[in-house]
Design a protein. Structure first.
Length: 121
């Protein structure tokens, strides 16, 4: 008589294997996504995103607060390839925040004596 491992363990349908898979599949997926995000963020693509966000933050800050132009007018100063950069204007603090979704965020602040300064991080 042959003894099947699933009948010895009381698991006739292999349900334990499926349960284990349902438990570990989301964990594996999250690990893969996190690894992909870290790989992209700290690669040359992530560095270019940070550079582009910083460039746009500084250009828009100078346009808005040094040149006293409207935001719609400042958008015409964007270089080709920077369409993905999102720009937020905080008029109360005279700060421009530019970001590339999930990759980079840079801020530039206007100071009347010095003009626009790009902040770290």
């Amino acid at each position: 008589m042959r003894v099947n491992a699933s009948t010895v363990n009381g698991d006739a349908g292999g349900r334990t294997g499926r349960r284990r898979w349902l438990l570990w599949a989301p964990v594996l997926a999250m690990c893969l996504l996190a690894g992909g995000w870290f790989g992209l963020k700290y690669s040359s693509t992530g560095k270019q995103a940070a550079l582009g966000a910083g460039y746009i933050a500084h250009v828009v800050c100078s346009c808005r607060y040094v040149g006293n132009r409207e935001m719609a007018s400042c958008r015409t100063d964007f270089e080709a390839g920077t369409e993905i950069v999102r720009v937020e204007d905080d008029v109360a603090r005279q700060t421009i925040t530019a970001s590339v979704p999930l990759l980079a965020k840079r801020r530039a602040v206007y100071e009347p004596e010095f003009g626009c300064t790009l902040l770290e991080g």
